[in-house]
Design a protein around this ligand. Structure first.
Ligand code: ADP
Ligand code: ADP
Length: 229
């Protein structure tokens, strides 16, 4: 098990967003988290990624408890072991494609030359070599999401968290971006947890779980807080 949530709950003020959610994700698995808007998908993802701390319950990553970890080790772990792709807004529009992809390595301790070499390798792999010098603000939606994927994978994360990665794209481009993400993740052995409300995107995953009103359910079953999905 690489990621595990044990009966986690989280509220915003009086609004419960997540209730007793239990989930186990095996290494290399590609998991889709589905459910209606406002059901708690993002909150679950943020808790699993150590961005939010749940109010109760436990979150484990690779045998280490994440929710009680101090801020510094948790931030370091997020930078080294996790990658993130969001719907939009995660690229720096004033920087070039290459700079954006090299950025996570430069923020770590990778030497400049190595960072740019690795960034170039990923751009090549994603068919983006020819746009490396462009500013990301000038790219199409599909291109921008491919750059975001390259940037999320450049550090070699164990787990990639994606929140509606195809949400701003038309359905054809969305499917292509998702297929690309899944293909790369499989090649790298990366675990992927993807939040989506698009059934076609979810169909690329190994497994689907559903969040309804803050509870995890089987996509075809009923909510049960005693079950670990
Ligand atoms: P989803 O990702 O499924 O759309 P969210 O996890 O974003 O769901 O939200 C779950 C619930 O928590 C919703 O009722 C939402 O309005 C509420 N919520 C989410 N973020 C906040 C916040 N920062 N402040 C207050 N309520 C929030
Ligand atoms: P999603 O695409 O995941 O459904 P939302 O539009 O629900 O995203 O939320 C976008 C951001 O706004 C998130 O960071 C979330 O925490 C925050 N948010 C969502 N609902 C509320 C709310 N009721 N009050 C304050 N912030 C919210």
């Amino acid at each position: 098990m690489i990621i595990e949530a044990r009966k986690i709950s989280r509220s915003y003020g009086r609004t419960p967003a997540l209730r007793d959610a239990s989930l186990s994700v095996t290494a290399g698995e590609i998991l889709a988290v589905m459910g209606p808007s406002g059901s708690g998908k993002s909150t679950l993802l943020h808790c699993l990624a150590g961005i939010f701390t749940p109010d109760s319950g436990e979150v484990w990553f690779d045998g280490r408890r994440l929710d009680t970890m101090g801020d510094d080790p948790r931030t370091r772990l997020r930078r080294t072991a996790f990658g993130f792709v969001f719907q939009f807004g995660q690229l720096v529009p004033e920087l070039t494609v290459t700079d954006n992809v090299a950025l996570p390595l430069l923020l770590g301790r990778t030497k400049r030359k190595d960072a740019y070499k690795q960034a170039a390798g990923w751009l090549e792999r994603l068919g983006l070599a020819e746009v490396g010098g462009r500013r990301t603000g000038e790219l199409s939606g599909g291109q921008a999401q491919r750059v975001a994927i390259a940037r999320a994978l450049v550090t070699g994360p164990r787990v990639l968290f994606a929140d509606e990665p195809t949400g701003s794209l038309d359905s054809l481009t969305g499917e292509q971006v998702m297929e690309l993400l899944v293909g790369l993740a499989r090649e790298e052995g990366t675990t992927v947890i993807v939040v989506t409300h698009d059934a076609r995107v979810a169909a690329c995953a190994d497994r689907e779980v559903m969040v309804c009103d803050g509870r995890l359910t089987d996509p075809y079953g009923v909510p049960d807080s005693h079950v670990t999905y």
